[in-house]
Design a protein around this ligand. Structure first.
Ligand code: SF4
Length: 445
């Protein structure tokens, strides 16, 4: 929670010496609270005050990264309990488990299956971003060997899952270059696990059955020198877990209770793929930074990834595509030309229907600040001028020799003014773009 000007004032020397360029310490405190001044501008502020102000200015939830290079993932650094208050910052990292009981081709096949969980949705690449190796074998040697195999065959960020400090030390040493997340430390193993995490420069999961124990555990791990902590609540059922996650989030963000100001990880192991996907989606909503499931079904992953996209979309910023001319198939100078808006969902719906027509076409995407056709039209972001400007800017007249423009049926009312503004013949397309294939085949052809 940000400090108020009065909170800051209490920490200043209160001499009103004016060395900071402000007439009084109170004026300086107010400027600092509004980020119009820097603490360094006061030469007399004490180290204790500096430390207190720095601690208060730190985000209420710690940022934690694991993995390296392009596969590195970031979780945490959330600031609000509800998305509409601002936005969520770090989309949930989804991953699947790999058992170290697998060996040879079976192990490689499972790793490949996790790697392959990649999709494209509304123009965005989404997919599994973590692979969790589970020490089911109970052997430190087997776990370390399997960790090396996972690292050698997967670009994904790795999570090492074992209760054994011996197995964790062996595996972490093998793959520390990949900065895996170590899961997990309990109250009993905290000291030893923290030593392993510190020695290998890895973040560590603190795992406990109650919120109180979890707070004690994270404090213990932090005192042992590990700053990057992820929380796991081993609550008994999904209902209880969702409730506890909400309490942890509220205590961490609203009360700025630092021992709980860390991202949460959830492991889903019960049930078939359908049941795991349902649980995982609930855990994405309430408030897991990482969710690891014990299956590799693409259909179930796509549903979970779609939930992540929905929950983590910035509510103040619609998903947009770049305004330009898109070629569908291999259009030529005789191909149809149509326009739509740069709201992602609108564009990709139109695109798939034009593709379905099998008639190569040009789609001009007009910048309407990410709004749909009707919303843009009623907000005057889609009018004869914005369309004519887009056509001129993207040089569509050099791409085709005809001068015919197909417009969405919903904005047929624009026809007259658009013809005047462009000197193109306007053809009113269907209201629903699902009718575009029929329209293109019957009317255009
Ligand atoms: S320099 Fe520091 S002590 Fe002097 S007026 Fe500014 S805030 Fe107060």
């Amino acid at each position: 929670m940000a400090l108020t000007g009065l909170d800051i004032f209490k920490l200043l020397p209160k001499t009103n010496c004016k060395k900071c360029g402000m007439p009084t310490c109170l004026a300086f405190a107010m400027a600092l609270a509004q980020k119009r001044a820097k603490l360094d501008d006061c030469p007399d502020v004490s180290q204790e005050a500096k430390d207190k102000l720095a601690a208060a200015a730190a985000p209420p939830m710690q940022k934690v990264v694991f993995g390296t290079g392009d596969a590195q993932v970031q979780i945490g650094q959330e600031t609000v309990l509800f998305r509409h208050e601002e936005k969520f910052h770090s989309p949930t990292v989804l991953g699947a488990s790999v058992s170290d009981k697998l060996a040879g081709d079976e192990l490689l096949d499972r790793i490949k299956a996790v790697n392959a969980l990649q999709f494209e949705r509304v123009g965005m690449k989404i997919g599994a971003r973590a692979v969790a190796l589970v020490n089911d074998s109970g052997s430190a040697e087997t776990f370390a060997k399997a960790a090396a195999t996972v690292k050698g065959n997967s670009e994904l960020a790795m999570i090492l899952v074992t209760q054994s400090t011996e197995a964790m030390a062996a595996a972490a040493a093998q793959v520390k270059d990949g900065m895996p997340l170590l899961a997990n430390a309990t109250l009993e193993t905290a000291d030893e696990m923290a030593k392993i995490a510190k020695a290998n420069g890895c973040p560590l999961v603190a795992s406990a059955e109650s919120i109180e124990d979890l707070a004690d555990l994270s404090e213990k791990i932090k005192a042992a020198g590990v700053e990057n902590i992820v929380l796991e609540l081993k609550s008994s059922g999904l209902n209880e877990k969702l409730f506890d996650h909400s309490r942890v989030r509220a205590l961490g963000l609203r009360k700025v209770f630092r021992p709980l100001g860390y991202p949460i990880i959830s492991f889903v192991t019960e049930g078939d793929a359908d049941a795991q996907a349902a649980s995982a989606i609930s855990l994405i909503c309430k408030y897991s930074g990482v969710v690891i499931v014990d299956m590799v079904e693409p259909y179930a992953f796509l549903a979970m990834l779609t939930a992540v996209m929905n929950v983590f979309t910035d509510p103040q910023k619609p998903v947009q595509v770049e305004p330009k001319v898109y070629s569908i198939g291999e259009p030529d100078e005789n191909s149809p030309v149509m326009f739509t808006t740069n709201f992602s969902l609108t564009y990709y719906t139109v695109e798939s229907d034009v593709e379905a027509s099998r008639i190569p076409s040009y789609i001009i995407v007009v910048d309407t600040e990410g709004t749909s056709v009707l919303t843009a039209y009623s907000g005057d972001k889609l009018n004869e001028k914005t369309v004519a400007d887009a056509m001129a800017k993207f040089g569509i007249e050099n791409m085709v020799k005809h001068r015919k423009l197909i417009i969405p049926g919903y904005v047929a009312v624009m026809s007259g003014k658009l013809e005047e503004a462009t000197n193109w013949e306007v053809m009113v397309g269907p209201r629903e773009c699902s009718m575009l294939p029929k329209y293109l085949q019957e009317v255009w052809n």
